[in-house]
Design a protein around this ligand. Structure first.
Ligand code: ZN
Length: 507
């Protein structure tokens, strides 16, 4: 017995030195580590084992691989809740903007299981989708299956042949029942929230929308929305947002309100005030914005139906056709709307003060709303295609870099607040629905090692509106780590590793 006790005593004496000698898979040394949840903002070391952060400490620690991160900010990997570009090339460009999770919670996908299958093992970053209400309408009203493709890319073209009933018609009672069934199935398959982009089918009647809020409540899900009425005149964009704020409060369902300035336009301050006030009364509304003045969509959209100039204050000369970079005229506008309704365009419609009031609001999250970057024929590019080849809105490539430069130079937010808007607020909003979100958006022992290390002096977005610059990578993101694996090391993309994992209500 005595011998046994002695052994234990001797063993415990060695324990401190054993833990000191522990070697981590990856160690990040000397970064300014910012963790909005714990309030940490200090020069600290991070030890990573496998997919998770094992330790955050000021002690000297050892790793099989060590990153010297002096002068860099280490932030929780950026979580983009609004990334339509789910193809390999767009995803790659997004990584250079510091994003470790890229999900499409606006347009969403259907069938949800098909979406997840297509992304498994081939994704640089974590991926996820909402259940697409628009795709459910396509299926029920046009009998067109979008095959799990976000933004319904090829399905939009097919639906042109059936008259795009999903976009322009009011669903019949039988169709509404079918839409409900598709949505409930998508939730069961792990879809994150229900993506209701009613701005693209503004004729949908109020019952058709309210019943989706009731399904969200019943199925313990939530709503995400691109609201009706991109307009300064009545019915205004704010009126469209009120529809969803009311539904969220009436049925007690959380709400992700996409790109507030895009729809609220000159009334953005009013919209944000309403959201703040609703949240103060217990609503759970998360508003998002991107740091650009132009928007982007597909040319066949209902947003550009009769009277759009009067509603939005834009004219043909404010629209750019993505594939050629040409400014549209009445003639080319009508031609493309008829012949290429799924082709992307840009529009200048947001005023700087409105963009800034949202982007610098401490509770409004940053999201790219990045459209898929395409070639001159409107097709997706291969993974290895060069930066600059991809055509589209620069927000696909530069949202987070552009935001960081703007917010750091502006100086009205603390670094904690700046960083909270890129990952933590997103994770906090999603964690009641998505188990793994309790362990993302943070830098703490036990959380996933999704990390973005950037140089606060140089970080910026470089993508622009001119052809050839749309998909240029952001600068200043020195290291991007996804589930413990370096995807970008010293500014360089690592050889084809795809550590991205499924983010869903099942994981
Ligand atoms: Zn949208």
């Amino acid at each position: 017995m005595m011998k046994y006790l002695l052994t234990i005593l001797l063993f415990s004496l060695f324990l401190p030195s054993l833990s000191f000698a522990q070697q981590y898979d990856l160690v990040i040394k000397g970064a300014r580590v910012v963790d909005p949840e714990s309030g940490l903002d200090k020069t600290t070391n991070i030890g990573i084992t496998g997919k998770k952060i094992a330790i955050v400490t000021r002690d000297n620690i050892d790793g099989k691989e060590v990153i010297n991160a002096e002068g860099l900010v280490a932030a929780p990997g950026f979580i983009d809740l609004h990334a339509h570009g789910q193809d390999p090339y767009s995803e790659k460009v997004g990584v250079f903007d510091g994003r470790t999770t890229q999900m499409d919670l606006e347009a969403g996908a259907l069938p949800v299981s098909q979406y997840f299958k297509s992304k498994e093992g081939v994704s640089l970053t974590n991926f996820g989708t909402s259940v697409s209400h628009a795709s459910a309408r396509l299926l029920a009203m046009d009998k067109v299956n979008s095959d799990g493709s976000p933004m319904m890319t090829h399905a939009l073209e097919k639906a042109t042949k059936t008259g795009n009933k999903w976009a322009s018609n009011i669903a019949t009672p039988e169709q509404l029942k079918k839409i409900d069934q598709h949505i409930v199935k998508g939730i069961a398959e792990g879809g994150i929230g229900i993506g209701v982009m009613v701005g693209y089918y503004p004729n949908a009647n109020s019952d058709g929308i309210a019943r989706i809020a009731k399904i969200a409540a019943k199925e313990s899900s939530f709503l995400t929305t691109h609201t009706r009425f991109l307009s300064n005149t009545t019915p205004s964009g704010v009126l469209g947002q009120q529809e969803f704020i009311a539904l969220a409060m009436a049925y007690d369902v959380p709400l992700l309100l996409h790109h507030v300035p895009t729809n609220a336009l000159a009334d953005t301050a009013t919209a944000l005030d309403m959201i703040d006030s609703a949240n103060a009364k217990g609503a759970k509304i998360l508003a998002e914005a991107f740091p650009y003045l132009k928007g982007s969509s597909f040319i066949g959209t209902e947003i550009l139906s009769e009277g759009w100039q009067q509603r939005t204050g834009m004219d043909y000369s404010d629209l750019i056709w993505v594939e050629t970079g040409e400014t549209l005229t009445k003639g080319t506008f009508e031609k493309y709307r008829k012949e290429r309704p799924d082709g992307f365009f840009l529009m200048e419609h947001i005023k700087k003060k409105d963009m800034l009031s949202a982007v610098l609001h401490p509770e409004v999250i940053i999201a790219s709303d990045g459209m898929p970057l395409v070639d001159k024929k409107g097709e997706f590019l291969p993974f290895d295609a060069a930066f600059g080849k991809g055509l589209g809105h620069p927000r696909s490539a530069g949202t987070f870099g552009t935001y960081l430069r703007l917010a750091i130079d502006d100086g009205s937010l603390t670094m904690q607040q700046i960083i909270a808007k890129t990952a933590y607020l997103q994770a906090k909003f999603l964690e009641p629905f998505v188990p793994s979100m309790k362990l993302r958006g943070r830098i703490q022992a036990g959380t996933f090692a999704d990390l973005t290390l950037f140089n606060p002096k140089t970080v910026n977005g470089t993508a622009g509106y001119e052809a050839g610059t749309n998909s240029l990578p952001s600068v200043g993101f020195e290291h991007v780590i996804v589930n413990g694996k370096s995807v970008i090391k010293q500014g360089q993309l690592q050889e084809k590793i795809f550590p991205g994992e499924q983010i869903s209500t099942l994981h």
